[in-house]
Design a protein around this ligand. Structure first.
Ligand code: TXA
Ligand code: MG
Length: 337
């Protein structure tokens, strides 16, 4: 049965928004909240029943663990049992911000949060609304991205409404997310730091703090270290095709496909390549990594709103690993389920 979804504008009513969200979460409910990366669907990280509602509202597989968000370092000690030196160094360098760190969990974090694992991913977000709600609720907050499972993550309150209206009681509108891709996820439970999901905190930035870093390369079979990796993600309704290489050759390929298939397609490309796509539907992804990250999910969602059948993604290195990872995981790749 559909429920009534209230939307509160935190830009206009900050205190009311924070109080309302903290009240809902404190009472065992769920609410969508803005963070600097993407919107999160939040519940008390200590409340098993509340966390189950998050899985249900998103249609998320129960073995895919959630990230637990904290507002200060005291709260961290209520979540994890051990903080290795290198993990602490990463927290000092990148918190509050778009970095999630996997550490051994304390028993008070229910296993429903961690998909049955004995580790937990923790993040201190920088968004003022999220920080204030965690502090006011006084509990660590478990929150996955606030989209229907498998869809592109939401970077605006309108995206959340599109997916979850009628399924959750409250959305706090904090405007567009500044970062636009989900946090970098790092496993710090082993000998060497491992990046499981690339994000705005890059491997290079991490390595300057920790020295050697392993990057999980991804696999299409076997047991991935992060349960989320086995699921197809970030997929709009349109089929996404990924292209990279010499920019003129890539553009030639895409343009001939575009006409050959006579399809209703959208090209997403580096701004500097827009002239190569004169006369066809093409949108630029900016000129910096930050711009490409911030544009990605809203471009994919806008393509669905416009009912495009295909998206040809012309990738360039400046867009970075996070964008590449999200496009490849939502793209049509032969042999994958
Ligand atoms: O920026 C973000 O990370 C956003 C905002 C809301 O904070 N959250 C987010 O959550 O993207 P979600 O649930 O969509 O992605 C969490 C990822 C999943 O791929 C999950 O499998 C992985 O982190 N993960 C969480 N806990 C883990 C653990 N203990 N071990 C391995 N992977 C874990
Ligand atoms: Mg997600």
């Amino acid at each position: 049965m559909a429920i009534n979804t209230e939307v509160i504008d935190a830009g206009k009513y900050f205190e009311y928004a924070v109080d309302s969200a903290a009240h809902v979460i404190g009472g065992g409910g769920i609410a969508a909240l803005p963070t600097e990366t993407v919107y999160g669907l939040a519940a008390s990280g200590l409340d098993e029943r509340a966390v189950s509602k998050v899985f249900e509202a998103k249609g998320r597989p129960s073995d895919n663990p959630l990230i637990v968000h904290i507002s200060d370092l005291n709260m961290l000690r209520e979540v994890v049992s051990d903080i290795p030196e290198k993990a602490l160094a990463l927290m000092r360098a990148f918190w509050p911000g778009p970095l999630s760190i996997i550490l051994p969990k304390l028993p008070c974090i229910p296993t429903v949060v961690t998909g049955g694992l004995d580790t937990v991913a923790v993040r201190m977000p920088s968004h003022p609304v999220m920080r204030a709600v965690i502090a006011r609720a006084g509990v660590p907050i478990a929150a996955p991205s606030a989209n229907i499972s498998g869809k592109p993550s939401p970077t605006s309150a309108a995206h959340v409404q599109h997916d979850l209206s009628g399924r959750i009681p409250l959305i706090i509108d904090g405007g567009a997310c500044g970062v636009g891709v989900e946090s970098t996820v790092m496993d710090m439970t082993g000998q060497k730091p491992v990046i499981l999901r690339p994000g705005a905190v890059t491997a290079h930035m991490v390595s300057q703090v920790t020295g050697d870093v392993k990057i999980y390369a991804g696999t299409l079979s076997g047991t991935p270290p992060s349960p989320g990796m086995k699921y197809r993600h970030y997929a709009p309704k349109a089929s996404v095709y990924f292209f990279e290489g010499n920019k003129n050759e890539v553009a030639q390929n895409i343009v001939s496909l575009y006409y050959l298939c006579n399809e209703n397609a959208l090209v997403l490309c580096p701004d500097e390549c827009l002239p190569l796509y004169a006369g066809i539907n093409a949108l630029g992804m900016g000129i910096t990594r930050g711009q490409a990250e911030a544009a990605l999910f809203s471009r994919l969602r806008a393509a669905d709103d416009e009912c495009y059948g295909s998206i040809y993604f012309h990738y360039a290195e400046y867009m970075g690993e996070a964008v590449k990872n999200r496009i490849l995981r939502g793209a049509e790749i032969p042999g994958r389920e």
